[in-house]
Write a protein that binds this ligand. Structure first.
Ligand SMILES: [Zn+2]
Length: 128
């Protein structure tokens, strides 16, 4: 008792939108939305996760650098700079600071390095 429309994409007889075909019994939702909700969920969680990861990474980095420069109270300032120059560039500068012997100059070096060489590293910025 297979209906002519069974297993096909079109040609069903739905009494109401989202209802079941009068001929073969397939539901319209099932037909049109195959694997769709799952896919949507997947892309949603995929797009959310990295963003959150980047944010916490930037925060952690700002904390590290501000403490390393003995300016933990200026956390927000460092955070702003890191957001502007990008995480990769900030890591770069951080490793350069680490080679500095005097604590005093660390903050200065960070401020200095975060100002120049901007255009070259803009492409590394994960934000847009
Ligand atoms: Zn049908």
């Amino acid at each position: 008792m297979d209906a002519a429309c069974k297993g096909k994409k079109f040609g069903h007889n739905f009494p109401v939108p989202g209802g079941r075909c009068l001929n073969c019994g397939i539901s319209q939702n099932e037909l049109s939305g195959k694997a769709k909700p799952e896919k949507l969920k997947e892309t949603l969680s995929q797009s959310l996760k990295p963003v959150r990861g980047i944010h916490s990474a930037i925060h952690a980095l700002a904390k590290d650098i501000s403490e390393y420069c003995k300016e933990p109270k200026k956390f927000a300032l460092y955070l702003g700079i890191i957001k502007r120059i990008g995480k990769n560039r900030a890591y770069q500068i951080f490793s350069e600071i680490k080679q500095s012997k005097t604590i005093k100059s660390r903050a200065k070096i960070f401020m200095y390095l975060s100002k120049d060489k901007k255009s070259k590293n803009d492409s590394n910025n994960p934000k847009r």
